[in-house]
Ligand binder design. Structure first.
Ligand code: 6R9
Length: 571
């Protein structure tokens, strides 16, 4: 453990004493920030967009600075409000009702943000998908959610297996296309004739708003269901953790297909009425530093995998850009290496604040507050209003410095409310009133939490959560593959890479062309980030007597670690 400690930097941040606040804070206090407090009826789209559009001081403020290699655009709060009203009218015209699932399969673009809020204004539930998804990944999510409408581009449409999606009634295409059937709706054409007035659907705090699919260690991806109530915690953490002030320019690098890209790439800044930068296009150190310089980004939220790439690009690149607008830097998604924090101090002259949370938690849980001393390697402390602890498998709390399940006391505002279509799965997360995260960690005597690893087989590659089952299932669809077992293997830049062990069917030989063909099969069928970077042919995949793949054993063997208890191994 690195015992180096980095004190808060005075004059930069809001230095509220969260340790003290933790003793008195109640979530009721946070509700006073919202106008729905008196009426009881709400809509998160109103709080994040329309409320500012109606405020003479904010309506002309730039809400979205969009930039990609071939397009640049700025939209004010009023423009987003009106355009999302238009889009809501388009959806209503095509019979979208409260509670319907409307999915977005789009590149990051202004249309994404406009249609996202259009959906929520109708009371429907938005489901953002990563642009990188291939056919199988799209099928699984649209089938499970029974999505009624999909918003996409003509290019991405090729990956939508419409014959397998009987519930999908309409497809809205945001770019020029040649589709003529009734099922297809032309975005531009319908937006032009749609009114920019819309009677927003007022809903209850517990009504659904968003589904993010995420991977576990077993089964298909799960639809994590969030309700409008999520805004309470998003708002308060945008204040406490993102430390947003009125004149900040904020940039969250996450894709809106990921919970970070919605909770903190959309809602956090906009609930606070802060200008938000969105960058399309690929990662490159130059393009990223340029984005900070060009928009005078003051608050920056990114991920270890990107930071590690910036570190390896070297300090010379940093020096070519003026990054003096930066005030506050944060990271999420994977363990933040102490070396990266050291680099941040040297190259950026900023502390990098790690934050820990999950798709299921909806918003920040354990963080390094601006006012807090940073202990490199630690995720920090729980936010006020959250009770986090380390528990054993029965949900009994463990003493300091003992490793166990990182757990959260049930009932925080941003908590998922169900797993779509799978009530049993939802229940399985909770033991003795504690939500078990699947992460192992310990807490030191001062209340700092230290991440140790995943307790299940979920893989975290470049910050993306990948379920081994999904990859194994895809591998098995290849005619050459008889059996498959998939693990995460430590990697200096990507955190983990996916390694697949396969056994081959009769008549197939272990040859590099075949392995490359299998890799491509996963890449083009599922998604690039789910394709194994390493493939190894083995005679047999170790399984338990009940037929479960012993991924843990595969991993121990791969890493040359003790293999532990193998008594259930099928002989
Ligand atoms: C927001 C998000 C959640 C899992 C989580 C953990 C890992 C996230 C981390 C971290 C170490 C951090 N994780 N933040 N591990 N330090 N600061 O990442 O959501 O995609 O659902 O992933 O990611 O393993 O359980 P999600």
């Amino acid at each position: 453990m690195d015992m180096q400690r980095i004190p808060a930097q005075k004059g930069k941040y809001n230095l509220q004493d969260y340790d003290k606040m933790r003793e008195t804070f109640s979530w009721e206090d946070a509700k006073k920030h919202f106008s729905w407090n008196e009426t009881g009826k709400v809509n998160i789209a109103y709080e994040a967009v329309d409320r500012h559009a109606q405020n003479p001081k904010l309506k002309d403020k730039v809400a979205l600075y969009y930039s990609s290699p071939d397009r640049e655009e700025q939209l004010t709060f009023e423009q987003i409000s009106k355009k999302s009203n238009q889009f809501a009218n388009v959806l209503k015209k095509h019979d979208v009702q409260k509670g319907d699932r409307v999915f977005l399969f789009l590149p990051r673009s202004p249309e994404f943000y406009i249609s996202f809020f259009g959906i929520i204004k109708t009371g429907a539930i938005a489901g953002p998908l990563f642009e990188a998804f291939m056919e199988q990944a799209v099928r699984d999510r649209l089938q499970d959610s029974e999505a009624k409408v999909l918003i996409t581009t003509p290019d991405l449409l090729e990956r939508v297996p419409q014959k397998d999606l009987p519930e999908l009634k309409k497809i809205i295409l945001i770019e020029n296309h040649n589709e003529t059937a009734d099922k297809y709706i032309d975005y531009k054409e319908e937006m032009e004739s749609a009114s920019s007035d819309f009677d927003i659907e007022w809903v209850d705090l517990e009504d659904g708003m968003l589904i993010h699919y995420t991977s576990g260690s077993t089964g298909k991806p799960k639809g994590v269901y969030h309700v409008h109530n999520i805004m309470i915690q998003q708002y308060i953490t945008a204040e406490w953790v993102l430390d947003l002030k009125d004149d900040d320019v904020y940039w969250c690098t996450a894709d809106p297909g990921w919970v970070t890209g919605t909770s903190y790439g959309i809602f956090g800044p906009w609930l606070k009425g802060v200008s938000n930068v969105v960058r399309g296009g690929r990662f490159s150190p130059e393009a990223w530093y340029d984005t900070i310089e060009k928009y005078n980004v003051s608050v920056w939220y990114t991920a270890p995998t990107a930071l590690r790439k910036l570190v390896s690009a070297g300090e010379d690149v940093v020096k070519r850009f003026d990054l003096s607008s930066l005030r506050h830097v944060m990271s999420v998604g994977e363990p933040l290496n102490p070396e990266v924090i050291t680099w941040g101090l040297e190259a950026l002259n900023h502390r990098i604040h790690d934050t820990w949370w999950m798709t299921e938690t909806g918003a920040h849980i354990i963080v390094n507050f601006p006012s807090q001393e940073i202990r490199p390697g630690s995720m920090g402390k729980p936010i006020p209003g959250i009770e986090a602890s380390i528990v054993d498998n029965e949900g009994n709390e463990l003493p300091p410095n003992q490793m166990g399940n990182l757990a959260i006391k049930e009932g925080w505002p941003a908590m998922m409310r169900k797993i779509w279509n799978n009530p049993g799965k939802f229940e399985s997360y909770f033991v003795n009133g504690w939500y078990l995260s699947g992460d192992s960690a310990y807490r030191d005597e001062d209340g700092y939490f230290w991440f140790q690893g995943r307790l299940d087989d979920v893989i975290n590659t470049s910050g993306e959560r990948v379920g081994p089952f999904e990859v194994e299932s895809k591998l098995l669809e290849h005619p050459a593959v008889a059996e498959a077992g998939v693990i995460g293997k430590p990697h200096p830049e990507r955190g983990e890479i996916i390694k697949a062990f396969i056994s081959l069917n009769e008549g197939y030989e272990d040859a590099s062309e075949l392995l490359e063909d299998i890799r491509q099969f996963v890449k083009t069928g599922l998604s690039a980030h789910a394709a194994p970077r390493e493939l190894e042919v083995t005679d047999a995949i170790p399984k338990t007597r009940s037929g479960k793949i012993m991924r843990r054993l595969l991993k121990s063997r791969e890493l040359g670690l003790p293999t532990g208890d193998t008594s259930t191994l099928e002989k």
